[in-house]
Design a protein around this ligand. Sequence first.
Ligand code: ZN
Length: 510
Amino acid sequence: MTKIRSAILLGILVVAILLSGLGGAPLLQARPQEKGPNEDGTADALVKIAGEGLVESHAYEYLAQLSDDVGPRVTGSPSGQRAVDWGLAKMRAIGLENVHAEKFSIWRGWTRGLAQAELKSPIDRPLHIDAMGWTGSTAPEGREADVVAANNFDFDHELKDMKRFSGKIILIVSEGAPRRSGDMIFAQFGDFVRAAEKAGAVAIIGGQAGFGSEGMNLTHTGILGFSAEFALPVVSMTAEDQGQVERDVLSGKPVRMWIKVQNMFSSGPVETANVVGEIRGREKPDEVFVVGAHLDSWDLSEGATDNGMGTASVLGAAEAIVRAGVKPRRTIRFVLFMGEEQGLLGSYAYVQQHDAEMGHHLGDLILDEGQGPVKELQLGGRSDLVAVFQPFVRQMAYIRPFTVNDKVEFGSDTGPFIAAGLPGINMQQDSPDYKYTHHSAADALEAVKPEVLAQDATLMALTAFWVADRPERLAKPWSAEKTAKMLREKDQYEFLKASGLWHFGDKGVE
Ligand SMILES: [Zn+2]
């Protein structure tokens, strides 16, 4: 029975009840908003895909293998290469076409070593720290030094007098009202670290906007600038330990700390690769919709939520479509990106390597927001497409109610596609615990619920197939000028320029 026919039958039923003389009293519960109809011819295939995705899901098995057998997979490391090999094998086993690796390089490899700290004064006690990625080391025996505060809400002021940090351990605090946006503080932090390095500081504690410690005695690692490295050791300290040190320093007590950090850089660039496989389109195989997530992770745990969830969703989505036996009108290209954590390196490499065919791309669909259920489709500034998605979103409501909007998420592999003028679609999730698992030692399989993963993977499959199969092509790329205008309206452009993420030369610059 089609949805139009059910609506007509329901209408007849209402009229019949009204005519039966019961008028006046509330006859029926408030009617839920009508679901459909979404009469674009995709429904039969979507039903099959939903069945495979929800009833026959293997996504959690894939996540368990990736977490336990591959484990942490930093880009450019031997385990990063193991992850690439694992991804290729999975795509082949699922039955994708044209499975292959697309190589690119990261400017330098980095390996974490020991990080230890001890408060020496006003009391003596051990402190919990871990190094931020692509940062350097102290002397091998460690260093004891005074701790002084620097305010990241006013780096402009701090940068004017860096000499006072010579021979000191710098504790980043946030005092007063921020003078810049969080994004710009992140972008400016690199300038501050470089200036501190030059001034002869010993190390920096904390201050990484977006990577702050949220408690539960967890440290959170991460990169300090896109494609950026620093010789100075910069560490994340647990919120509980940092709280005490901060109270001591700000109350004017003389604070001394011993710190030892030992990391290793490779001598030059290291090769890595994106993992690619396809379901070729039946009518327009040259038109491509990319469905992806990043395969790389940080190294304090297994990266189950960042971004094992996304990786397993991509593989689960691909498998649901293959097993449903349906072929989309256009090609769905599944991509597991490496290098995301160091500055979207894999997705930028993809856009560069596929430059000639970006005009035939419809956009990309990315899941990278932790362990929760999908709550929004964010269309990356493409306000022209919000209405196009509405019938599909209504159709999905009985699997999971979510909304659609044109928000821009540039902090994942959506970014390079948005910059290329395409809808970089972010599957925003409801993940309240992500603040604990994000880049921390708690990012393990225990944080993931199998049924939520299966549902996210299924919604990814359904969205991908619907986009690739609907009669009209979803989107064509906007010009660089139009994209830059949109990003400026969304308050993103200045940050992207400052972070080196706008790779389109002077286009869009006024
Ligand atoms: Zn991530």
